[in-house]
Design a protein around this ligand. Sequence first.
Ligand SMILES: C[S@@+](CC[C@H](N)C(=O)[O-])C[C@H]1O[C@@H](n2cnc3c(N)ncnc32)[C@H](O)[C@@H]1O
Length: 452
Amino acid sequence: MRDYEPYYTQDGSIGLYSYADKDVFHSKFGALTEAWEKFVIPSGLNDINKNNIKVLDICYGIGYNTKALMSFYIQNYKKVKNNFIKIYFIKLLNIVSIGVNKILRKKARKLLLYNDTIDDNKKIIIDCLEINPELVKLSPFFKTIKTFDEVFDLFVPGIFNCFESYYKLKKAFSKIYKYFQPKNRKEINELLEIKFKEMTLDKEYKIHPYVNYILINILFDLLEEEFIKEDLNKIVYKKENRSFFDNSLIKYAKFNNFWGYNSSSKLNLSTFLHNIYYCYLSFRDKNINFKTAQSLFNVNFYVNDARKTILDLNEQYDCIFLDAFTYTKAPQLWSMEFIAELYKRLAPTGVLLTYSNSVQVRNTLLENKFYVGKIYNEKLNKFVGTIASKDKSKIKYPLNSYEIGLCNTKAGIPYHDPNLSFSNKDILELREYEYKHSNLMSSSKYIKTRGK
Ligand SMILES: C[S@@+](CC[C@H](N)C(=O)[O-])C[C@H]1O[C@@H](n2cnc3c(N)ncnc32)[C@H](O)[C@@H]1O
């Protein structure tokens, strides 16, 4: 990451600091927690009773929102029990495998038992839009979390787990834990006030181990030789970056690069090696095997300015994640014209979600004829983002009359980006001009007269 510096956020997941923007990509409270609480959970996608679910992830970055969504479906996957067929196959296998090594037979039987069938023709289609190819390529290699338990388990072997001394050791470790804090740049830690000791991540919010492997395979198909070549190699092996990347995923990519894509019979060989590699993964997981998980998703990457990509997409999405940089710094993906393109592409019962609570962003959505509401977080007992839909019933917490009034002040004046081609600077200047010449009430006057 030439232009970025990784850091640990407070839930233990990795965030990125951008030198160019002098800003962070992810909330200091937790990149992963934010993906779950502001995007995946409020999307309500678990309620959608249809075969193809289409999601648009605008500003994929290093992929937390897509990864959390994929994890959600893998964790909640319902297996169809087709016991009759399985028992029949196992019997057949026993007959044909007489004379074959006992362990092999056992393994093959296990494989069959976990070879679940897809319960319906469900497909989750995720279109990921991102302007920076480096981030897309690196995204599967990022470790997702580093919690207290993970750091502790690194130092204390599992064998201790059954003894009381494990807990005593753990208590002692908590006192010296801060010395094992990842070595981020001092100024980033100061900027974020990261308190490594307080890291907490809800158990359900983890990224499922299959997800990064599925993404690597997709990127291999997309990029072939280009993937994990010298430039990326330098980054993943750089000493100060090492603690942020997952070694086994890098090894897998290298393995695939060498065997899967450089060999003459690449298709056969890579499929073969791939299947062997995942046998053990499928035994580890009771809900779903790797092949089923892989076939559940259709992830597409569009590495370009989202304003250009959007014009080529003709889908109706059930859900749109809008995770652009803050509107005051990067207005291109918050303009009236860009949001209008999203309106056209949102299904009649679909939802658009964003972390932004801004009056201006909400007014831009209202002006585009969306119903607009707030995303409520039960745990924090506060509103953490904005939801928009063409379907009123999708909005559980609509804006109240005070908030709608605020949208009608100067603070709500939207950005304009005619032809979706203006620079950030031009868009900001155009709004500045409109703001100065507007007859609308200022937000401060509105707040004074209406009270809070
Ligand atoms: C706040 S970060 C998104 C974080 C991301 N969702 C994740 O999980 O890592 C914003 C992202 O928008 C990307 N971006 C900025 N301008 C863009 C544009 N015009 N089109 C597409 N992506 C853009 C940046 O490269 C950056 O990765």
